[in-house]
Design a protein around this ligand. Structure first.
Ligand code: GUN
Ligand code: FE
Length: 474
């Protein structure tokens, strides 16, 4: 249940790419319906309607800070068990050898009930409050995934993955069956949680990627997305081997064009990877309002490519863009991917300099290292929210927005000296004279889940430990 209350605490968010907003020692009111009622500097500024909550003020230490929950725009739920393993071969081989067998196991609902609650725990532990998830091809297991997200209290976009060709016989659907199960899943979600923007669990139309979907399937999914005004997720322009396969299947055509032609490219479409997009394709996505999801860790491992975020930002200022973990192609958390986005940006700028034989000093100065910890945090919060059309609801702290938040303890070792041998309560060392902004930067660059204390979505405390016996496909 949502408990209306007031925090007297430090709020940290990043509404714009290049600035961290740190509001120290403010009063932040959370209303009964899980919305931020007011943010003010002093008790005396609290509006009359919230004064009744004064006995419920929770005063937090200056180093216990509240941040918007992280938004993971691309994650494969049935690959969670594989996380951290089996990333030794290129994408197309990896799918056939490891990933399709792992996903096919979700034909068993009991397998889904065993794995998915562990995934929601992992997400909450690592400060993710919104996740855009691929399920497996199976309707029942995908319903179990949606129910797990709901019970855990995560804001989730869930899709039944669709594939009617190229996957092995044990993991392929008929075109008709794929469309039927997709529509049933959408209706089931809408009946349970409503079709509005504020539904906590929302369905996503999920063609796996162009190579595993016939055009008939893609067109049918495009029709369903229009009929129900649903989000669409897929992969695009991920890697050289994927690109080559699409060229064989559809000579002269490319991913973005095919999604557009089949009615799948709209302002509710989010496309993962996008490492190998041509600028003209980025321009099309910008003008239509589709989002690019950079999955930096996975892109480096599998695509051997990067998404040039600063270039996209400079050339296509209205492009929606956010970050995803791409579990299990990427084996990092959102925090890991924020760091990888920073490193990836540096590597891209080295590459530009290294590739050009006549680089001048002024060229080097003109190189902008734009992805720093602030921008990475912005991408993982406010920018991710914008990719989902939810910039007015989540991703930053403003009056009227939902309380989707994470409490971090940035000074778990108050003395700053640690235990006698080794302080395992947090990963980074605190010296005691850092500003709260510096401590937060240390968390982004070197911290981990040990600093995460509490997580809320819609003002409700999330549930890290699901009662598996209560999870069903109903
Ligand atoms: N393309 C199609 N399926 C997948 C997948 O599961 N992971 C990644 N990274 N790319 C894909
Ligand atoms: Fe993926």
């Amino acid at each position: 249940m949502t408990i209306a209350k007031i925090f007297n605490a430090t709020l940290i968010d990043a509404p714009t790419p290049h600035a961290l907003r740190v509001r120290e020692n403010v009063y932040c009111v959370i209303t009964d319906d899980g919305v931020i009622g007011q943010i003010c500097n002093n008790e005396s500024e609290l509006r009359e309607e919230f004064r009744r909550l004064l006995p419920a003020v929770e005063k937090m230490r200056g180093t216990q800070v509240l941040i918007p929950g992280l938004v993971d725009l691309h994650i494969h739920a049935p690959q969670f068990k594989q996380l951290g393993t089996k990333t030794d071969i290129p994408l197309m081989e990896w799918l056939q050898k490891y990933t399709f067998p792992a996903e096919a196991a979700f034909s068993s609902p009991s397998h889904a009930k065993q794995i998915y609650p562990k995934l929601t725990t992992h997400l909450l532990k690592n400060a993710t409050t919104t996740a855009v998830l691929y399920g497996s091809n199976h309707l029942e297991a995908t319903k179990i995934l949606a129910n797990c997200c709901f019970e855990a209290g995560i804001r989730a976009f869930v899709g039944k993955t669709c594939a009617d060709m190229l996957t092995p016989d044990y993991y392929v659907e008929t075109t008709e069956g794929s469309l039927k199960d997709t529509e049933e899943f959408v209706k089931w979600c809408f009946e349970k949680w409503g079709s509005g923007k504020d539904a906590v669990v929302r369905p996503v139309i999920t063609p796996r990627f162009i190579p595993t979907c016939s055009k008939e399937l893609l067109k049918g999914l495009g029709d369903i997305s229009k009929k129900y005004n649903c989000f669409v997720q897929s992969h695009a322009a991920e890697s050289v081997d994927e690109e080559a396969l699409v060229e064989i299947q559809h000579p002269g055509q490319r991913d973005v064009e095919i999604y557009n032609e089949t009615g799948l490219l709209g302002d509710k479409t989010i496309l993962a990877h996008c490492c190998r997009l041509k600028d003209a394709e980025v321009g099309v996505m910008e003008s239509i309002g589709s989002a690019v999801v950079s999955c930096p860790w996975s892109n480096i491992l599998f695509a051997r490519a990067t998404v040039p975020i600063p270039h996209y930002q400079a050339t296509f200022p209205n492009l929606k863009i956010g970050l995803g973990t791409d579990v299990a192609g990427g084996f990092g958390t959102m925090l890991d991917n924020m760091r990888t986005a920073i490193l990836q940006d540096r590597i891209d700028s080295f590459a530009t300099v290294n590739r050009s034989s006549n680089v001048t000093e002024s060229d080097i100065k003109a190189e902008k290292w734009t992805v720093d910890f602030k921008y990475a945090f912005h991408l993982a919060t406010a920018s991710g929210a914008r990719a989902l059309g939810m910039e007015d609801m989540i991703g930053k702290f403003e009056e009227g927005m939902k309380w989707d938040a994470v409490e971090l303890d940035l000074a778990m070792d108050e003395s700053g000296e640690g235990d006698s041998l080794c302080d395992r309560r947090q990963r980074f060392t605190r010296f005691g004279d850092e500003s709260v902004a510096e401590l937060f930067e240390k968390w982004v660059t070197t911290g981990d889940d040990r600093n995460v204390r509490r997580v809320w979505v819609n003002g409700k405390a999330c549930n890290e430990k699901l009662d598996v016996s209560k999870i069903s496909a109903e």
